[in-house]
Design a protein around this ligand. Structure first.
Ligand SMILES: NC(=O)c1ccc[n+]([C@@H]2O[C@H](COP(=O)([O-])OP(=O)(O)OC[C@H]3O[C@@H](n4cnc5c(N)ncnc54)[C@H](O)[C@@H]3O)[C@@H](O)[C@H]2O)c1
Ligand SMILES: [Zn+2]
Length: 367
């Protein structure tokens, strides 16, 4: 097991990554929480509870009170948060209660937000069960829900007491979810860690076969990168934005396909390919390095076909810009292991990058 420290101005906590954590949660949480909480709640979703609920509960002298969120982005809403808060009140929750979010990124975001606002804030613990949630969404304190008008429009920063990323739970994760989550690790490598890129190139088969040692290394390194960035820029006023490599066009793809055709990580995979093209044009990365990274992305695919056109993507990317005061921030790779945020990426450059990406997507589809 590896322990990664998160140090931000508003919180200090550990992320534990390794095997066998699920069966020993209660004593671990008790050590961290200090005074034992009067009531422990677990927010999860029915499929995850069916697979892992017994193991999860096994270390608790009294089983935590289970609250359920159905699987799917459409339940990541204020309505769900209100219903869950009312269920907590009915079950006797108070300010000394503890909430554990046990699930993928959706459960984590909703659970974190519920904990942030329930009685003006109660402590919570993240026990992420998807690869994406383990390496990305459970760390950093961003919580929230969607509105009909857009994703993650309501939320708050609320850090967990601790994060327990148990790799064993990934044993039941569908292959496609694993591959999509690994795109965020490739992203972490490109922006901050050349050695992680090399490791993912060399150990692809072991990683995709879920070899515990290889997986632990990728998970822990990805978390370390996120923790370091968040530690220096908790509220995303600058540096934290580099975690959005591939997300300008990635979000545009998700929006243009109504969040149905691709998983988030897959859209980010295509978005990184576009960003690498833009970087190659600006000569901040060599053709050889860009090609190496594009190959790596495809080797952790297959990335689904893209049934959108460049104009539609640019329009969607424009709404991203609207949300940040008219400034378009774009993450530009600088070789392998470094990146910066630029504000002067033009529509023409973005269009060119989107077209190059779509051409690749068409070529991949006819192969
Ligand atoms: N807060 C942040 O910083 C942050 C960062 C990135 C993404 N997110 C959010 O995360 C969400 C996406 O998270 P996600 O990719 O984990 O999706 P998810 O939570 O929808 O989980 C994906 C699917 O896998 C299932 N599942 C989860 N764990 C499983 C397991 N161990 N075995 C079998 N099935 C399992 C779930 O039931 C679900 O159907 C989005 O809402 C996104 O906005 C938040
Ligand atoms: Zn992402």
């Amino acid at each position: 097991m590896q322990t990664i420290r998160v140090n931000t101005p508003s919180a200090r906590y550990n992320v534990y990554a390794g095997a066998g954590l699920l069966g020993s949660l209660a004593p671990r949480i008790a050590r961290i929480a200090g005074r034992p909480p009067r009531r422990v709640f677990v927010l999860t979703s029915p499929p995850i509870w069916a697979l892992w609920g017994d193991k999860f509960s096994s270390s608790f002298p009294e089983p935590p009170i289970a609250l359920f969120l159905p699987a799917g982005e459409k339940y990541k809403t204020m309505t769900s948060v209100e219903r869950l808060a009312r269920e907590m009140v009915a079950a006797g929750a108070d300010r000394s209660s503890l909430l554990i979010a046990f699930g993928g990124g959706i459960v984590g975001d909703v659970g974190g937000f519920l904990a942030a606002i329930f009685m003006r804030g109660i402590p919570y613990v993240q026990v992420p069960t998807t690869f994406l949630a383990q390496v990305d969404s459970s760390v950093g304190g961003k919580t929230g829900v969607n509105l009909r008008e857009g994703k993650n429009l309501v939320g708050s920063f609320h850090h967990p007491l601790a994060v327990f990323a148990d790799m064993d739970v990934l044993g039941t994760l569908p292959d496609r979810e694993l591959r999509a989550g690994l795109m965020e690790s490739i992203k972490a490598g490109i922006i901050r860690d050349r050695a992680l890129v090399r490791f993912m190139e060399d150990r692809r088969a072991d990683i995709l076969h879920r070899d515990p040692r290889a997986l632990e290394k990728v998970i822990a390194d990805s978390i370390r990168i996120k923790a370091a960035v968040v530690g220096r820029d908790e509220r995303e006023s600058g540096l934290r934005m580099i975690l959005n490599l591939g997300h300008t066009l990635g979000h545009a793809i998700e929006q243009a396909t109504n969040y149905k055709a691709l998983l988030h990580g897959e859209a980010v995979g295509w978005g990184m390919i576009a960003a690498l093209h833009l970087a190659e044009r600006r000569r901040t990365i060599s053709g050889k390095e860009a090609e190496r990274l594009v190959n790596l992305i495809h080797r952790y695919g297959p990335l689904p076909e893209l049934k959108v056109n460049a104009k539609r993507l640019l329009a969607a990317a424009g709404s991203d810009k609207k949300n940040s005061g008219g400034v378009r921030r774009f993450v530009l790779p600088l070789g392998i292991g470094n990146a910066c945020v630029i504000e002067d990426a033009t529509d023409a450059e973005l269009m060119d990058a989107a077209r190059a990406m779509l051409a690749q997507a068409r070529a991949a589809a006819t192969k």
